[in-house]
Ligand binder design. Structure first.
Ligand SMILES: NC(=O)c1ccc[n+]([C@@H]2O[C@H](COP(=O)([O-])OP(=O)(O)OC[C@H]3O[C@@H](n4cnc5c(N)ncnc54)[C@H](OP(=O)(O)O)[C@@H]3O)[C@@H](O)[C@H]2O)c1
Length: 361
């Protein structure tokens, strides 16, 4: 039996804590964050039944790191890394041979390098498979929305970061022009130069989300913003947005106010076997985030190595993890948007609404 662990954390203190302790609904976020700070690693659940197409089986443990996304981004980096390292040590004590880093636990600091130096087991951020599935999802959704890649305008938000940069480099090979957006101007210039050198795509850069995406047909968003940054007025009728970020980059207002755009969650994966996570993280049974799935498939492969570490992810890593996903039977699950499954009828309605809106404009 192969063994893995995965570290997760509350994206926001109030909604996540009140799911388990309803009284938390009535307490201010700041008080709940203070309470989180006092806690140590939290054993969340024992994951059973992961079974590869090859027949290999794995079990694992979810371990909670008691800090919200906001705390991870505002508390001193060494303090936050210390808390994550304590969780990775708890994973090691539980018997895991590899630990995956959920959400902001790989955003803070150096993408897992410091964490890996402090434990005796392998560490992976899960970002290679997050990129692979984010791209697969974006392209499949674009096809269903009748968007042709040969003349599509594509935008990547957070393109200066770990996931965004590699998404942009891969997408740029398939489209004539790409818009890349990030707060970090120097990072944008570096990624722009890289894309120009590697592909024939025309690159435009922007630090303003609205300017960068308002004309895009396909948007892939993976920023480390702790609040939503894509609003209803930012989107072109008929576009697809693949939101890889957790917490989400796309505002919940978009779901309410724009019935002419298709928003999908990035990285929702069907896990092979009769898997029981024994913890509700908001997905249907037997489905997981891509970063969790990367950790599981490396365990199934017996590949106890730091597969995705640091902020620079190569195209080869994305290809290799895609190959492993096929070997072990991990595949993109159906589309989801704001905690709900997206149906074929819904996509047809979005297309009709977009055509109507474009006819009026
Ligand atoms: N769905 C999944 O399975 C999955 C798996 C792993 C990670 N994630 C999520 O993916 C996201 C990105 O992760 P990452 O590892 O790529 O992070 P990262 O390396 O820190 O990159 C994030 C980038 O976003 C930029 N950014 C932050 N706020 C922005 C804003 N308001 N507008 C434009 N750009 C902004 C950052 O710029 P600065 O550095 O200048 O701030 C940075 O360049 C996170 O939300 C993470 O939780 C999801």
């Amino acid at each position: 039996m192969e063994k893995f662990a995965f570290i997760m954390h509350p994206l926001e203190a109030k909604p996540d804590i009140s799911r388990k302790y309803p009284i938390a609904k009535y307490l201010p976020e700041s008080l709940l964050e203070l309470a989180l700070k006092r806690m140590g690693p939290m054993p969340i659940s024992h994951v059973t039944g992961v079974k590869s197409l090859t027949g290999t089986e794995a079990e694992g443990w979810f371990i909670g790191c008691p800090l919200s996304a906001h705390q991870m981004m505002t508390l001193p980096v060494d303090y936050v890394l210390g808390k994550i390292i304590d969780c990775a040590k708890a994973a090691e004590d539980a018997g895991a041979k590899i630990v995956g880093l959920g959400a902001f636990t790989s955003v803070v600091g150096d993408g897992g390098i410091t964490i890996a130096k402090n434990v005796n087991i392998a560490v992976t951020s899960g970002n290679s498979f997050t990129i692979a599935t984010g791209l697969q999802g974006s392209l499949r959704a674009a096809e269903l929305m009748d968007i042709s890649l040969s003349n599509a305008r594509v935008a990547v938000v957070g393109a200066g970061g770990s996931i965004g940069r590699t998404c942009a480099r891969i997408l740029a090979r398939q489209v004539p022009a790409i818009s890349i957006i990030d707060l970090d101007e120097a990072a944008l210039e570096r990624v722009s130069a890289e894309i120009t050198q590697e592909t024939g795509a025309v690159v435009t850069t922007s630090t303003d989300v609205h300017t960068g995406i308002v004309e895009a047909d396909i948007v892939c968003s993976a920023t480390s913003a702790v609040k939503a940054i894509i609003q209803p007025a930012d989107l072109k009728p008929g576009c697809v947005v693949c939101d890889v970020a957790r917490p989400r980059d796309v505002s919940a207002r978009v779901a309410k106010e724009r019935d002419d755009v298709l928003i999908i969650d990035g990285g929702v994966v069907a896990v092979p076997g009769d898997v029981e996570f024994n913890f509700n993280f908001g997905f249907p049974p037997k489905t997981a985030y891509a970063c969790m799935s990367e950790t599981m498939m490396l365990a199934l492969e017996g590949r106890y190595e730091c597969f995705t570490l640091g902020k620079q992810i190569s195209l080869e890593q994305v290809e290799e993890i895609t190959r492993l996903s096929e070997k072990h039977g991990f595949s993109l699950a159906g589309f989801r948007s704001f905690e709900r499954a997206v149906t074929a009828e819904q996509i047809e309605r979005v297309k009709t609404n977009a055509r109507r809106k474009l006819a009026v404009v």
